[in-house]
Design a protein around this ligand. Structure first.
Ligand code: 9MR
Length: 747
């Protein structure tokens, strides 16, 4: 149907356009139409449709009969190819659509028509429900003549009919400047402040002198008042800000607000209950990340799903997995473990630091003055193993440990004792995709020194923690750890290939001195062995300043060793200095926190927020928390507690980065199975899921189309397509679990 006036073109121009040299229609002074035949007046050419989709003209529209019973959106599709996209150019993508019966989801994509089928823009409206005209603006992150506009219509149980008209992709349309809705200018921890803890907030304002603030209770009565402290321009956000300290107020309650400069904050509690809940939810997250087991809906209402990557079609399964071509001749059963993030990959390096942080959440509860071993004990997490008399957090970590052990190269094979770096799909898959629906071939990637040392460290730590509950497992874990250690010493420089990132992340790391140190420390703590003691003492990492601005991570693991040497009882010569080094690291983070008007112990060099910055904030807070456990000094406890404010809403975006916590929280994290944003039948991530957070690199096309030029904290968007700022990942949630547990213990 012709609703828009389009200029007629000469035959030459039309030919050039078909050859991809010129746009087909002009649509205004600077706006150029990229779609050939978006109006379907006389033909559906040059649109294509999948073999299973019958298309035709109907009332000046293109209509498609879509079969039922396909698994994925892209299993039934139609589209147009050979579209030219220009990097940095903004496009308005619009169409009208309806479907019958109403309510089906169409995934409308602008992307690449050839492998790797990158998506530059996509939306998934429910047609016939949310109105029939759709219009979006995005910026192309690439130059290509092989662009595609497609409508993916599959994944419906029943057949349905889809009609579309007036499809337009208008180049040169003015970009819509993305402005996040940041709500009231006074920024608080939207969840809870501790009664006996620091209470700080941040106000965004043009005012340069002190402003009066009031704290109001749920009934609107003023219960405290004071004046703000102007802090000038905040580098992390580019905003002019003041800070508010209401720490002299100690009464518990719900529904408090701060009122200042004509703004009322989002509500918050003063109390500890939310942290008790968050401690549980942050660890419960792992059950729904499990591979190789069905998730029970009675244990996680709304999250039940079939087992992923057992050998039931369409899965090719993890029970008998070959290596990448040329890597090995054997096959391994590597079922189990957790999916790393929003993808279906399983990575030993990241699995290692994650397991360590969960185990150390438990280990801290045994040794710290405020630790409560029962808090994550048997029966607390509602997992299938609850009731087996083993602390639930150990049961959950065991799911991953058993997988890590399976990744070890068997005796008699080349590189026996090393660990394969990772197992994942041969190719990247699209979203949404339940683990049980992944049809890709799975492959083992080459063993690496880093993976082997992750295995050595966590298996050694496991050996001491599971001993009271399962002696046979503890013995097996320790034997595997020793074997891995020996293998790593024999092959100290087998690094992951940074380009091995098809179908899964690379997790490449070419400095493993920190992994050696960490593994030696764990083996020493478990065995007291002299050679491990020697290795620790001789390692330059032992005395290096390891508490840098980015925090520890899967690639920077020295802190895992240092913190454990400082906190787990042992007789290491010079241990007092080890403990002092943690306090010195904490002093640095405390100084950072005090310099930041948003109160986080994080100020990356050049204000370049890193991938997963939220967990880096939390891991720096872990160093503060550990310094408190070691010294009892109040300043460290307060710093650790205050760090949570940032993650829970006291930030430039006024968002809680933890799903289900706070009035406005991240909930569209990138995941193939918590993909509610793309498929209303799927859930959002469970309560207690941490979003990766601001990432100045904005590596994904969606973030690039919205966040170009973003300053620090603003490099984040709560959209499922933004895998570089908004993914969920097991290592990130471990930092949340560790800190939620610490804060809950400060009652
Ligand atoms: O967390 C990882 C980050 O530190 C890296 O810079 C990034 C790119 O290699 O990869 C991140 O990890 C992703 C992994 O590669 C694949 N699964 C999802 C992980 C979280 O985004």
């Amino acid at each position: 149907m012709k609703r828009r006036r389009t200029a007629l073109l000469s035959v030459t121009a039309l030919l050039a356009a078909v050859l991809g040299m010129l746009p087909a229609q002009s649509a205004g002074a600077d706006e150029v139409e990229q779609i050939r035949n978006g109006t379907f007046d006389t033909t559906t050419d040059p649109w294509w449709a999948g073999d299973n989709v019958a298309v035709g003209l109907s009332g000046g529209r293109m209509c498609a009969d879509v079969p039922g019973g396909t698994a994925n959106r892209w299993d039934a599709a139609l589209g147009e190819n050979d579209i030219t996209l220009v990097k940095g150019e903004s496009y308005r993508f619009s169409f009208t659509a309806d479907g019958s019966p109403a309510g089906h989801v169409v995934r409308a994509v602008v992307g690449l028509s050839v492998a790797p089928y990158d998506t530059y823009f996509e939306v998934s409206p429910q047609v016939g429900v949310s109105g029939d005209t759709y219009s979006y603006t995005f910026t192309s992150p690439v130059d290509t003549g092989q662009g595609q506009v497609a409508f993916q219509l599959g994944a419906s149980a029943d057949p349905w009919r889809f009609c579309v008209d007036d499809v337009s992709l208008l180049g040169g349309a003015p970009p819509e400047v993305y402005r996040p809705d940041t709500g009231p200018r006074v920024r608080v921890n939207q969840v809870a402040y501790l009664p006996d803890g620091p209470k700080n907030a941040t106000l965004v304002t043009d005012a340069t002198s002190r402003l009066p603030w009031r704290l109001k209770d749920a009934r609107g009565r003023t219960v405290a008042r004071g004046r703000t402290a102007p802090r000038g321009t905040d580098a992390s956000s580019g905003q002019n800000v003041h800070t508010i300290d209401f720490g002299s107020y100690h009464h518990r309650g719900e529904g408090f607000t701060l009122v200042v400069d004509g703004e009322t904050s989002r509500p918050f509690a003063i109390g500890t209950a939310a942290y008790e809940q968050l401690r549980l939810d942050a660890v419960k997250y792992y059950y729904t990340q499990r591979s190789g087991i069905a998730v029970r809906d009675d244990l996680r209402p709304g999250y039940g799903r079939p087992a992923g990557h057992l050998n039931a079609a369409p899965n090719q399964g993890d029970a008998d997995v070959p290596c990448r071509p040329g890597v090995c001749d054997y096959r391994l059963d590597v079922t189990g473990g957790w999916y790393d993030a929003g993808d279906h990959g399983k990575y030993v390096v990241n699995g290692g630091i994650t397991t360590w942080e969960l185990l150390s959440t438990y280990e801290r509860s045994l040794h710290a003055r405020t630790g409560h071993p029962g808090a994550l004990g048997d029966g607390t997490l509602a997992i299938p193993e609850s009731g087996n008399r083993v602390p639930d957090i150990l049961d959950e970590a065991r799911w991953e440990l058993d997988f890590l052990l399976k990744m070890q190269v068997p005796d008699g094979q080349p590189l026996a004792g090393m660990a394969h770096h990772k197992v994942h799909d041969e190719q990247w898959t699209g979203l949404p995709l339940l683990p049980s629906a992944d049809p890709q071939k799975r492959e083992l990637h080459p063993p690496t020194t880093a993976a082997t040392l992750n295995l050595a460290a966590t298996a050694a730590q496991a050996a001491r923690l599971y001993r009271p509950y399962d002696r046979a497992f503890a013995r097996r874990a320790l034997a595997a750890a020793r074997k891995a250690w020996a293998a790593a010493l024999a092959h100290p420089d087998l690094y992951a290939d940074p380009d091995d990132a098809t179908g899964g992340g690379a997790y490449a790391d070419d400095d493993v001195s920190d992994e050696f140190y960490w593994a030696a420390a764990e083996l020493y703590l478990t065995t007291g062995g002299k050679r491990f003691e020697r290795y620790v003492l001789d390692s330059p990492v032992h005395t290096a300043d390891i508490f840098g601005s980015l925090g520890f991570d899967w690639s920077r693991t020295a802190a895992a060793g240092r913190l454990d040497l400082a906190t787990v009882p042992n007789r290491l010569p010079g241990r007092a200095e080890v403990r002092r080094s943690v306090a010195r690291g904490a002093d640095t983070y405390l100084a950072t926190l005090r310099s930041q008007p948003y109160g986080m112990p994080y100020a990356p060099e050049g204000n370049r927020y890193d991938w997963g910055s939220n967990h880096q904030v939390l891991n720096n807070a872990v160093v503060l928390a550990t310094a408190y456990d070691l010294t009892g000094a109040r300043k460290y406890r307060d710093g650790a507690v205050e760090s949570m404010d940032y993650v829970l809403g006291r930030n430039a975006l006024n968002i809680s980065y933890v799903t289900g916590y706070g009035e406005v929280s991240s909930h569209n994290e990138h995941s193939r199975w918590y993909a509610h944003e793309l498929d209303p039948a799927l859930p959002n991530p469970p309560r207690g899921t941490l979003a990766g957070g601001p990432n100045s690199g904005i590596q994904d096309p969606y973030a690039q189309s919205r966040l170009q030029g973003c300053v620090g904290q603003f490099c984040y968007i709560d959209d499922i397509q933004s895998w570089s700022t908004n993914e969920t990942a097991v290592n990130w949630n471990a930092a949340l679990a560790r800190m939620a547990s610490f804060v809950a213990d400060q009652d």
